[in-house]
Every structure is written in structure tokens, then in C-alpha cells.
Design a protein around this ligand. Sequence first.
Ligand code: GLC
Length: 568
Amino acid sequence: MPARKWWQSSVFYQIYPRSFADGNGDGIGDFGGMIDRLDYLRDLGIGAIWLSPHFPSPNVDCGYDISDYTGVAPEYGTLDDFRRFLDGAHARGMRVVLDLVLNHTSDEHPWFRESRSSRDNPRHDWYVWHDPAPGGGPPNNWYSAFGGPAWTYDKTRGQYYYHFFFKEQPDLNWRNPDVKTAMWQAVRFWLDMGVDGFRLDAIDTIFEDPDLTPQQSKLSQVEMLRVWRENRPPEATKEIWEQFALMFRQQLQQPGLHDLMKELRALLDEYPGDRVLIGEGDDIAYYGSGDDELHLVFNFPLMRTNRLTPAWIRANQAERLTALPPGAWPCNTLGNHDVGRIWTAFGDGVNDAALARLHLALLLTLKGTPVLYNGEEIGMTDLLLERFEQLRDNQAVNLYHVACDDGVAPDEALAMAARISRDRNRTPLHWSNAANAGFCPAGVIPWLPVNPNYAQGVNVAAQEGDPDSLLNYYRRLIAVRQATAALLAGDFTPLPPEDDRYLAFIRAAPEQRCLVALNFSNTPVSVTCETGAGQLRTIFSSHTRPAREESPVHLALAPFEAYIGELA
Ligand code: GLC
């Protein structure tokens, strides 16, 4: 059997730098804080860190609007601090993957400043510029996915520039080879320093239809903005996502993308150490032939629901796993900096604690690399902001304005904005029971409000010492996964019957076979399955269960129990 690559067997952990750990006590996370917490991550069992953007940025899109691709945001530290962080992670056996935003820069990036300065400067063609429509106004009816038109007029050039996201995030013109050369230089800068790869931001949006074909969707802007960020019940999802796709058909996944990904892959492959590319974009086509584009592509469809049911998971796995090209490796996640927290999104309001444990078990037992989002390990929840001035996510600010313009009452518009605002899942991490959850000193105002539930045990210090805490459950389960060949590498085979109370499947590697059974219901279930084995030895359960042999055919599960057993 081929040796497993580090990015196949590691558990990834996403750090959102602004909110993770504040080392200098100014209310904003930084590298000092991250360095101090490297032991924490190692002890959790993390093998690789994905760092959301740490580059200088005006922060219109919380760091995803970059003004210098080879720098470090001063509020996070210096390049030397970054190097200490990287070395510290490596010294503890952890890899570091950076966020690479190719689609757009900040409008304060020197490239854009120059590009907008005239129609004949050396960088005049580095962004997507077009003349106004014949009768005046934007070149066509495309929307920005963050609200408003996708075109902004620039007086100096007398032209419009295109932006899929905020107007402060102008799209680069990737059809210009100089753009590529400049960006690949930045990529090499970090690879030369020793970073282990990149999470590619928003790759779907890199090219757009050069003919500027108008879009035909009837979806309203309010609806579009809500679809973008709200999880939907399974029944509603398909149709709404289809409308959404229609709205952006000319702006997403245009020709040229796969060649670009291949080129970037070839660049990475020049470096030793199996550097990795992870695509934000869920299309399996980004795996290319299986070994010539991206190494990992997020399985976002799994989390695009507000209730994970066995039926939803079975359908998702059947579709994804059979579509993968040979050699391609799956990648699963249930949360990140753009979507609601697992506890809130997939809870039922009654059994949230048990469901949080079950969902982690799902993520760690499915086939593929699991990616965790910081704070999930202590059960952080969404925080709905109450005042307009508290909103930091400008997408929510836009939704508020668009809704008010549509005649929605301001209170209701604010509630709507708070519900989709990505602020809800980006609040500072809770390190202790101290003021500000130990994120920053008392008296300092953190960049986003701290969720008051830190005082009810939702904090690292409180959970450290409690063997039954969610944090220690994460540690245990991650350790089990890392020690279990079948979970790391085995094939996934769902077991009949298709019962909607539980999900049972086999993970089979040449050296080991395991049965995984997850009870998604609030009642005990009796799992009957043909495993073809003589013995079943329990290796993990979310519930107290004496370590002993079980029947490989009949297994009694407690409500919400997650069970893993080895078959012999
Ligand atoms: C990606 C990021 C998101 C950002 C957007 C624009 O979707 O995950 O946070 O707003 O790209 O860069």
C-alpha cells in the first residue's frame, strides 16, 4: 500500500488569527499569542495548521483583502514573529498552511493604485477594467456576491473595474501573464521560507466570462445574501443553490481555471516535502486527474444543511466518493470562519452537547482529511450581535442596507444581518474564566465582543481539568483516530439498512477493519449489521461502555452514541 502523505493523515486546525490568541493584550490576536498556544495545539493532536490571512490588510473583508502578499499585518507582528511561529510549529511536528487569495487584492494594494492611476500605466491591465455600457452605467448586470453591482466606476480612468466581492477587493486580471508571474513570486517567497502549502481562497471566481454575458436569475439580493451564509434545511437547499448558481454562472468556474491550478501545482511540486494545495471550492474537478491539480478539495456539500442526518451523509458520501478520480483524497469539514458554529448550526436546542460530540466523531471517522475550526473543541457557539455598530463583517452591513432599501424595518434588518454575519462565528477564543475569557486583559475591548457563555464552562482552562469535557473528548478521539490505521486510510462502506436514526459503516484498510456506528437519534437503537467478522472489539465510545468484545452483528447504542470497534 502506498505510504500516506502527511496531509492525508493529519488533523488540520484552522486558526483565525484575529480571534485566536492575543499575546500583547491589545484586543486583537497575534503571532505572540499563537506561539504561546502551539503546545496546546500539539496536545490536542493537531498535525497541520491552516492560518487564515495574516498579511497586511485594510480589513474591509477581515484580512481577505490583502495589500502586501509577502508581509505580516503589523497588528499580528513581524516577519520574524511569523518565522518563530513556523519554526515553533515545525519543531512540534505540525505543518503550517497559509491562505492564498488569488482572485483579488485590496484596493489599497500598490498594484491596484497604479492600475487605477491611468489607462496607460505599466499595470493598467492587471485588473478587470471595462468601459461603461453604451448608454452609460455598468458594463452588465452582474452582482457582487457581497451585495450591490459587481462593477465600480473609477473617475480617473473613466472605466468600471470588476469585483466579485467587495468594491475594495478588485479582481485581478489572470489573463495577464504578468499577474501570474508576480503572484507566483509571492508563493515562492513563503515556500522558500518553509511553509507547507496553501489553502486557496475563492478559486471558483478567478476568471469571468470575457463576453460579459448578462445573468438571468430572478433571485433577489436579500435572498442571495442570505443563501450565501445561512445553512438551509436539506429540502430547501437544492433549488435555492440552483438559483444562486444561475445568478453567478458567468462569474464562476470559467475556462482557464484548471490550467492555472495545474501550473500552481507544478510550481509546488518543485519543492521537497509534499507541499499541499487545498481548494476552497467544492468541485471535484479541482482534483484534476487525481494527481495534477489540487491535493484536497473541501467537501462543502456535507455541511450545506442545517441538520446532518444519516440519509444526508450517506447520499453525500455516495456522490463524493464515487466521483473522485483515482488517487484523489477526500477532505471533510463542518465549520470555518464563514459559516455558523457546529454547536449552533447542527444542534437541536436540547441535545446540543451530545450532538457536538457526535458531529466530531463523524468528521474524524469519515474517509478523508478532517479540518477543524478554532474554538469548536470547547463548544463555542454563534454569538448574535445586538447593535449595528458591533458588526465587523461588511457583508452583514451590506445585507442590512439592502434589506432596509427593500422596505424591511431596521430592527428586523439588523436581526437578519446578525444571523448571517460571520462575526457570529469569529468571536475571540475562550481561554479561561477570567475577564474577556482570558483572550485579552480586563478593561481592553476585544475587536469583537466575547461570547458571555465563556463563564459557563465554555473555556479551555475549565475544560482542561475535566476529564469529561468536550475538549478532552476531542483529544481522546483525535488520538484514537491517529492510532487507528483503518480510520486513517481505510475505504468507506456504508452498511444497510438505510435507517434514518443511525449511520453504520466499515472503514477497511489492508491491515485493519473497523465498524463505526453513529446514533443520530435521542433514543437507544439496536444496530444489526452483517460485518462478516467473528469478533468486535470496542476501541472508542462517546459513552461509558466497558472495553470488551461486542457482537459483530448486534450492537446496542445509547442515544447519540458514537461507537468505533475493530473487527477481527
Ligand atoms: C473566501 C473566504 C471569505 C472571504 C472571501 C473573499 O470565501 O473564505 O472569508 O470573504 O473568500 O476573499
